[in-house]
Design a protein. Structure first.
Length: 117
């Protein structure tokens, strides 16, 4: 299993970024995909999740209405569109693949998102 995140960077408050996570080495369409984030000195938290078919999503309260998770099973890629970014969104964002039947998961290496003026 390999997950490679991209799209992080420095953005001003109110700006937007789109993160991507390219997956390989497993049957992507069978996995729930999730985005987590971890800010300095804080625990890793779940930001958004999408089911295997892409028809069901859920979000942390702190990002509802601003972030959108989506996936393209033909491209083995999951996305996180982040709008109206705030300084408190600053964190390392991690892609996570979760296989429900085996209760197993894999992680990407993370991508840094910094929201600052």
């Amino acid at each position: 299993v390999q997950l490679v995140e991209s799209g992080g960077g420095l953005v001003q408050p109110g700006g937007s970024l789109r993160l991507s996570c390219a997956a390989s080495g497993f049957t992507f369409s069978r996995y729930v995909m999730r985005w987590y984030r971890q800010a300095p000195g804080k625990e890793r938290e779940l930001v958004a999740a999408i089911n295997s078919a892409g028809g069901s999503t859920n979000y942390a309260d702190s990002v509802k209405g601003r972030f959108t998770i989506s996936r393209d099973n033909a491209k083995n890629t999951v996305y996180l569109q982040m709008n109206s970014l705030k300084p408190e969104d600053t964190a390392v964002y991690y892609c996570n693949a979760f296989y429900v039947l085996l209760m197993s998961e894999s992680w990407g290496q993370g991508t840094q998102v910094t929201v600052s003026s």
